[in-house]
Write a protein that binds this ligand. Structure first.
Ligand code: G3P
Ligand code: CA
Length: 292
């Protein structure tokens, strides 16, 4: 039993033991199946057997790391404390950076479902804190004797959003680093961003931290790496930008390739055949079915 557990740890834990296997990542937990970026989605992804949980970070008015893709309460998925759907006109007034977490947790962002993901189970649920996600996932894994998972955590920032939607990069990076250090999960974390600045800042704090540069432009590998100023652990492009040549070039530089967000099973197989090191999908169940 102990040998089996040790083996599963070695095979399924790339962050802890080096890139040992294909990295199956659940996008926003498993957005296709459960409300995005919620504890229900993360636990379901763990149950399915992902290697890594992908999620997005925003900062609240009172300095807490809130898991949310949008910088505001989205009119597409959230309901106000009175139960009424958030309207588009309200969104601007409902920025996470201008609300305390006590205010944020009054919004239900799961009961309405998501029109783009008809298989997503509707349930009353809130935007969680990163600290609660880590505590809940680690507890669940320990109680069920499951292999560890990694946390692919995205700093949602842009130069135009500094001090409006989020703190400046150095502050954002330090807040994230301090929390994952306090939780003892630095070695299980990938810090990912479209914004090179937060990756540069976090690397100043810890040069050994795992970083992933997210890319959705057509500047090319060389230009994107030049903008970043160092080789990240992972190059993470929109899957439509990936081809064999890119994978080969990244691997020559010892950079892993992790495309997003791949929901089509045929495309998943094609990308794996190109040699990518993992995939991020809203449907980790499909990834597991066709790739593992
Ligand atoms: O991690 C990659 C992917 O999540 C980036 O896109 O917009 O879903 O955060 P987005
Ligand atoms: Ca993301």
């Amino acid at each position: 039993m102990r040998t089996a557990l040790l083996l599963s740890l070695i095979v399924l834990s790339p962050g802890l033991f080096g890139q040992a296997t294909f990295d199956i990542e659940g996008h926003r937990g498993c957005r296709g199946l459960r409300p995005e970026n919620t504890i229900a989605a993360f636990i379901n992804a763990v149950k399915l057997g992902v290697n890594t949980l992908e999620m997005d970070m925003q900062i609240s008015k009172d300095g807490k790391i809130v898991i949310s893709h949008d910088a505001f309460m989205g009119s597409n998925i959230c309901s106000a404390p009175d139960g009424k759907p958030v309207t588009q006109a309200d969104e601007e007034k409902l920025k996470i950076y201008t609300l305390t977490y006590d205010e944020i947790k009054k919004y239900d962002c799961g009961s309405r479902g998501n029109a783009k993901f008809p298989d997503q189970q509707k349930m009353s649920t809130i935007k969680p804190l990163l600290s609660d996600v880590i505590d809940t996932v680690e507890k669940y894994i320990a109680e069920h004797h499951l292999p560890p998972v990694r946390y692919n955590i995205e700093t949602k920032s842009t130069p135009a959003g500094d001090d409006i939607n989020h703190p400046k990069p150095a502050v954002f990076a330090k807040m994230v680093y301090d929390l994952i250090k306090q939780k003892g999960v630095i070695n299980k974390c990938i810090i990912q961003s479209f914004d090179p600045r937060t990756l540069q800042e976090i690397r100043k704090i810890d040069p050994n931290i795992t970083t992933a540069l997210l890319v959705e432009n057509i500047k090319g590998l060389k230009a994107n790496l030049a903008l970043l100023g160092f080789n990240p652990t992972i190059y993470s492009p929109n899957y439509m930008l990936v081809n064999k040549k890119l994978v080969k070039e990244c691997h020559r530089m010892k950079i892993q390739v992790l495309p997003w967000t791949v929901n089509d099973e045929k495309k998943m197989i094609e990308l794996k055949q190109m040699g990518v090191d993992g995939l991020i999908s809203d449907y980790p169940d499909r990834e597991i079915k066709v790739l593992r």
